[in-house]
Design a protein around this ligand. Structure first.
Ligand code: 13P
Length: 249
């Protein structure tokens, strides 16, 4: 497996059907010209619409979250097996909004990741420190705990479907991007000091950066040795912007 470039749109709780149609119409104009894998994660009720519209554009579709159980009495949850069944390709797991608004903790995220992978989905596993943690010099400690606890005991047969996203919480939706050097430092820490310790192939895994990525800063971020793509919120909602992220000039 080689490291590849992924641009993933996390649409969060946004986009009506008309917005989604405009998005895919814009992407159709640059079909075949992206120099990356282009993936989107819409709200769950729009996954099938996106699957239909994304098919012709080569855009793969996934979920923003998934459950830690496959089926049963779990009202409101999204089964990884059912996601796979309808054609979803991946699930984002452990996004900072899930960790900090909904209280999702390391063990729970570990169970979700394992189940998503067992179901045949790719897992985009998110980590990142809060502002006070960065200011207290605890970035590496926090990221280390999130990676080692969240990805522990994942059988090696699934390793080639894991992508890591480093999203410093203070850079999400704030317009404050980590500088390419700040991001590179943490990516390099994850890759060189961490992944091998938990038996993941550090050279092969793609590590995406997330947090206020936009067309004007994507190229410099992607120019860093250990940044293999981006997980993008706000700037992924419009096809015109997402297209620019997928084919930076
Ligand atoms: P923004 O790109 O809006 O900062 O969001 C980043 C993010 O949370 C992607 O998952």
């Amino acid at each position: 497996m080689t490291r590849e470039i992924y641009i993933v749109g996390n649409w969060k709780m946004n986009q009506k059907i008309s917005d989604i149609e405009s998005f895919f119409n814009a992407m159709k104009k640059i079909k075949g010209k992206y120099n990356c894998h282009a993936w989107v994660a819409p709200q769950a009720m729009h996954i099938e619409t996106c699957l239909k519209l994304g098919r012709d554009n080569g855009i793969l579709v996934g979920s923003q979250n998934c459950a830690d159980h496959q089926s049963g009495a779990y009202t409101g949850e999204l089964s990884p097996l059912s996601l796979k069944d309808i054609g979803a390709h991946f699930s984002i797991i452990g996004h900072s909004e899930r960790r900090h608004i909904y209280g999702e903790v390391d063990n729970y995220l570990n169970a979700k990741t394992l189940l998503a992978l067992q179901s045949g989905l790719w897992a985009i596993f998110c980590v990142g420190e809060k502002l006070e943690e960065r200011e207290a010099g605890k970035t590496n400690e926090v990221v280390k705990r999130q990676v080692t606890e969240g990805l522990k005991n994942i059988p090696s047969e699934y390793h080639d479907r894991i992508i890591i996203a480093y999203e410093p919480v203070w850079a999400i939706g704030t317009g404050k991007t980590a500088t390419p050097q700040q991001a590179q430092e943490v990516h390099s820490f994850i890759r060189n000091e961490l992944l091998e310790q938990i038996n993941l192939d550090a050279k092969a895994i793609s590590i995406l950066y997330g947090g206020s990525v936009k067309p004007s800063n994507v190229k410099e971020l992607l120019g860093q040795n250990d940044i293999d793509g981006a997980l993008v919120g706000g700037a992924s909602l419009k096809g015109e912007d997402f297209g620019k992220l997928c084919m930076p000039e």
